[in-house]
Design a protein around this ligand. Structure first.
Ligand SMILES: Cc1ncc(C[n+]2csc(CCOP(=O)(O)OP(=O)(O)O)c2C)c(N)n1
Ligand SMILES: [Mg+2]
Length: 570
């Protein structure tokens, strides 16, 4: 059996876990591991901030379905990872973060760059480890990968002391399988629970499927579509569910929730049965729980038992992998004519199309919705879009129609500004053939724009569309609606983003009117490297509809009609 250093064992294990790319940043406590890297054929992407490394690992995981890996040193390196780890936790993204730690004898002494990172990340990791001996490294890494990707996926952190990296021991991969007797990721529902659910489904008149991220994680998109087609059930999407079922499918109603389509929220409120598939009844999709879908029975199919009855009391909770559960149910679901129900939803849609900003006369104003819709048209809906957080994120969800799973990557649960640029880098490494577009606000872009240097260094073909409204737009919108337009700390004085990109050697341009949009997007698509487009859009536009926080789901603020009649700003 070969004798290896702990540092070598780390790379040996990553190799065996099929890791080909890692995202990281070196420092003293992880230096032995970086030194050993020179002997291995694993591509290390040097990031510019450790937060970027975690979002890259996350973007890699979301684009591919495989585990993403981020590496950092102790202390500030490790604490810089916290936001990315929390982001991955809230969106159930499988990443493994490896941090260096001070020597085991120094732990607890406030040594240079010592932070108790397992303590810090305890509530934001699915699991974490402190490893102080080289002989524990192999098993720990195998367990970490298994935990990260099994059951409900999530982030795992492994903190490895410097002496554990430097020490030597026998390395035997086969002798170090995961040992996790208390971990049960493979639950499945009982037959009687399944039958109860089937009885509710087969008797429902007005059912709605609530399609969440779990569908994508479980690879169950096709099954959900077949289920919906067989039983004639319309489908409402969560933000992270987008792509699970094609947007162009006639049963796909669109997005639900705070900025969901009005008819989708009304359909949920009018339903007599909600079928929650791999979603978790986040407050952004339920609105006021007291009046949420008051006449509906609820069936929740979900892999994490902790989610059942957490926010919404359900009539049947089926714990298990969504794909496996639906496979079981599908043959027993009855075909049923629900055309009356589907027709009534079309009726609720009513004048929605008239209120749509796409139908405004062209006043020469450049609206973000136009930019995103034009981007969708130009890319024929085939791009892998990574969005940041804010108004542009909601407009992307409304106006870029995704037909493929894993074609929209966005921070839903934590809503992390600064996510998009690094996550897109990770996504591009996972899917080098995909056309990757970043759609990012002028605020969030500035949180992680240092990663432009990573794009330049790696010569990555990532396209960047800045939706530049000169505001922290989503917060400004709340101030407009709920704080009498007192715009405290939301106007932004921005640098010239196009010039900034140039400084990094990245092609760029600015667009200020609608006619320029298509041309700029075409130019970016033809250019074989990265390109940044700074879209200067209407500054005080708002995302509609909007369910105010805490209001009932059907109590939406709608885009004012006069806007359409006059073509003026609201
Ligand atoms: C790290 C972080 N800080 C603060 C917020 C709160 N927040 C949510 S949206 C938003 C404004 C985003 O502005 P911008 O990036 O310009 O996007 P826009 O809404 O204008 O499209 C802010 C500050 C957040 N989500 N994340
Ligand atoms: Mg903005």
């Amino acid at each position: 059996m070969a004798i290896k250093t702990g540092a070598e064992i780390i790379w040996e294990c990553l190799n065996r876990e099929n890791v080909r790319t890692v995202f990281g940043y070196p420092g003293g406590a992880i230096l032995p591991t970086y030194d050993a890297l020179t002997k291995y054929d694993i591509h290390h992407v040097l990031v510019r901030h450790e937060q970027g490394a975690t979002h890259m690992a996350d973007g890699y995981a979301r684009a591919s379905g495989d585990v993403g890996v981020a590496i950092a040193t102790s202390g500030p390196g490790a604490t810089n990872m916290v936001t990315g780890i929390a982001t991955a936790m809230l969106d159930s993204s499988p990443i493994v973060c490896i941090t260096g730690q001070v020597g085991s004898k120094l732990i607890g002494s406030d040594a240079f760059q010592e932070t108790d990172i397992t303590g810090v990340t305890l509530p934001i990791t699915k699991h974490n480890y402190l490893v102080t001996r080289p002989q524990d490294i192999a098993r720990t890494i195998r367990e970490a990968f298994y935990i990260a990707k099994s059951g409900r996926p999530g982030p795992v952190l492994i903190d490895i002391t410097k002496d554990a990296q430097q020490g030597t021991c026998k390395f035997d991969w086969d002798a170090a399988p995961p040992q996790l007797p208390g971990y049960r990721p493979d639950l499945s529902p009982t037959q009687s629970e399944l039958e109860k659910a089937l009885a509710l489904i087969n008797s429902a008149e007005r059912p709605v499927i609530l399609a969440g991220h779990g569908i994508i994680l479980s690879g169950a998109g096709d099954l959900v579509r077949r289920f919906a087609e067989k039983a004639h059930v319309p489908i409402a999407m969560t933000l992270l569910g987008i792509g699970a079922v094609p947007a162009s499918h006639p049963l796909n109603l669109g997005m639900m929730g705070m900025h969901g389509e009005a008819w989708v929220n009304h359909a949920i409120q009018d339903a007599d049965l909600l079928l929650a598939f791999g979603m978790r009844f986040d407050d952004r999709v339920t609105g006021n729980l007291k009046n949420y879908a008051p006449n509906a029975k609820k069936i929740h199919i979900e892999i994490d038992p902790a989610e059942i009855n957490k926010n919404v009391r359900v009539d049947v909770g089926l714990v298990g992998d969504l794909g496996e559960v639906l496979e079981d149910m599908l043959p027993k679901v009855q075909e049923k004519d629900r055309s009356e129900w589907l027709k009534s939803i079309r009726e609720i849609k009513g004048d929605a199309a008239v209120r749509d900003i796409q139908n405004l006369p062209d006043t020469g104003h450049l609206y973000a919705a136009h930019v995103i819709n034009d981007l969708w048209r130009e890319t024929r809906g085939r791009a892998l879009v990574v969005t940041d957080v804010g108004q542009h994120q909601m407009w992307e969800a409304q106006y870029y129609h995704h037909d493929e799973p894993r074609s929209l990557i966005t921070s839903g649960g934590l809503g992390t500004m600064g996510f998009a640029l690094p996550a897109a880098i990770g996504a591009k490494f996972a899917r080098p053939d995909a056309e990757v577009w970043v759609v990012v606000g002028d605020g969030g872009f500035q949180m992680t724009l240092c990663e432009l240097a990573t794009i330049a260094q790696e010569k990555l073909d990532v396209k960047i569309a800045i939706i530049n409204n000169g505001y922290l737009g989503m917060v400004r919108q709340w101030q407009e609606f709920f704080y009498e337009k007192r715009y405290a700390a939301t106007p932004l004085v921005n640098p010239d983003f196009a010039k900034l990109a140039e400084a990094y050697g990245i092609r760029s341009c600015s667009v200020k009117d609608r006619h320029g949009v298509t041309e700029a997007v075409k130019d970016a698509r033809q250019h074989p490297g990265p390109m940044l487009i700074d879209f200067h859009v209407e500054q005080e536009d708002s995302v509609y509809p909007m369910v105010p926080a805490g209001a009932d789901l059907h109590q939406m603020i709608r885009r004012p009609s006069p806007l359409f009649e006059t073509g003026a700003d609201e």
